[in-house]
Write a protein that binds this ligand. Structure first.
Ligand code: PMT
Length: 421
């Protein structure tokens, strides 16, 4: 059984028949050493009584947002701050819809908006409800907002249907929580570091209504920013035009073009000790931007665009007198390693994260990615490292953690004055 000694877990119980399994789950969490507090929705209390959970956890169960006694003691904000991890099991379709839309109309949904804890939920509902496009949309939104979904499992359902929607068994949920807790325990802190990260695409205007750009969604760079902030770094995120929320604790600087991004990068990199170039920066821009919408001419079958080179932002940061520890990305569709090695050398980087963007489901726009990380070993004895690490396909938040782990390791080897601070 996973050890959760000292972990503060807030167990939220929604209104589904699977709530009867939550009593066993609470017991398993307690047996693993966790400090468990339970919050139940009104629906949850229709299936299992707060008294049962109170007896199993030894703690008063909270059920009401507007509870004068509790607000004087442990109110909803304190509960949100108290938790290392929030686990909602079962999470009904209705509860998922509320969470996905930021609705806070009871204690559980309110404290979920107020917390910085890791948030997990175990969906449980009828298979048709789970398959409904609205629920699927909400599930995607929750994942994008940082929730981890455990399950659902498929099989026979209490309603007589068969299919996906069963809550994972308590033992399986416990195993997932154990893995999350181990990951959190092993995280290398970045307290005291200032990190500037570029993310997303740039847009290079051609005229007032058209631009050159690429498919970067910003997900990889934002995942890095969120993970670095969670590790205690001061994070400055320079973002091209993306549709993502700013991660908690991150200072965001929005830009549009490569030249805007270069200006922001120079300003913010000077006193940063780590710079990560995750943005997909356009290498070229229009030589001149038309003042009015370009019109097609009746006698014109083709059109020539005259482009000029954009600044190579990361190479310019690398050329500063005292550059930060410099991490570039390489997006390649073939010869991944040789192109990445070339960029590592040519751009003066300390490390490069190479991703093969020709693979379906990985890279641009996707929620998942895989990477080959290469780093310089100039200052080290030859036998100390190979300078190469393969990071398998995983979701971008998990990959971001693995990249930061590698950066922290390499920082310890890099012979830089700021490491002595
Ligand atoms: O945003 P997502 O949808 O999550 O996708 C993530 C990603 C695929 C965009 C990301 O993982 C990635 O690979 N980012 C770098 C994309 C890229 O432009 O690679 P490149 O090989 O063209 O550039 C090499 C490096 O030079 C990069 O660090 C880039 O930021 C930097 N560069 C490039 C051109 C330029 N003018 N200035 C730069 O600083």
């Amino acid at each position: 059984m996973a050890s959760l000694v000292g972990k503060r877990i807030l167990l939220g119980i929604g209104g589904g028949i699977a709530a009867y399994k939550s009593a066993h789950l609470a017991r398993l969490l307690k047996q693993s050493g966790a400090d468990v507090r339970v919050v139940m929705t009104a629906g949850g209390q229709a299936f299992i009584t707060p008294m049962t959970l109170q007896a199993l956890t030894g703690e008063a169960v909270r059920t009401s947002l507007l509870d004068p006694d509790a607000e004087a003691g442990m109110g909803h904000i304190e509960l949100a701050r108290w938790a290392d991890l929030i686990l909602i099991a079962p999470a009904t379709a209705d509860l998922m819809a509320k969470l996905a839309n930021g609705i806070a109309d009871d204690l559980l949904t309110t404290l979920c908006l107020a917390t910085h804890a890791d948030c997990l939920l175990a969906p449980a509902m009828n298979q048709a409800m789970w398959r409904h496009p609205a629920t699927q949309r909400n599930a995607r939104q929750l994942i994008e907002d940082g929730w981890r979904l455990l399950g659902p499992a498929a099989g026979d359902q209490a309603c007589g249907d068969t299919g996906p929607g069963r809550m994972l068994e308590p033992e399986a949920i416990l195993a997932e929580i154990g893995a999350t807790a181990t990951r959190l325990d092993n995280v290398q802190p970045l307290t005291g570091h200032i990190i500037t990260i570029t993310a997303g695409p740039t847009q290079e205007p051609l005229d007032p209504v058209r631009y050159l750009s690429n498919h970067s969604s910003g997900k990889m760079g934002f995942a890095l920013a969120e993970a670095a902030a969670r590790r205690g770094a001061e994070v400055r995120l320079i973002s091209g035009p993306v549709a993502l929320a700013t991660p908690p604790g991150v200072t965001r600087h929005d830009v549009t073009t490569a030249c805007d991004m270069a200006t922001a990068a120079h300003r913010l990199a000077v006193d940063s000790d780590i710079f990560i170039g995750c943005a997909a920066v356009a290498d070229y821009r229009a030589e001149s931007v038309a003042a009015h919408k370009l019109k097609k001419q009746p006698d014109q079958d083709g059109m020539m665009l005259s482009l000029v080179r954009n600044p190579d932002i990361i190479a310019e940061i690398g050329a500063l007198a005292a550059p930060p520890f410099l991490v570039g990305f390489a997006a390649e569709t073939r010869d991944l390693e040789s192109y990445a090695r070339d960029k590592l050398e040519r751009k003066g980087l300390d490390m490069i994260v190479a991703n093969d963007v020709s693979q379906t489901g990985l890279g641009f726009g996707s929620d998942h990615n895989a990477a080959l990380v290469l780093w310089r070993t100039d200052n080290e004895p030859a036998e100390s490292t190979t300078g190469r690490r393969e990071l398998p396909a995983q979701d971008k938040p998990a990959l971001a953690e693995a990249i930061l782990d590698t950066i922290v390791e390499r920082l310890a080897h890099a012979n830089r004055p700021q490491d002595n601070q």
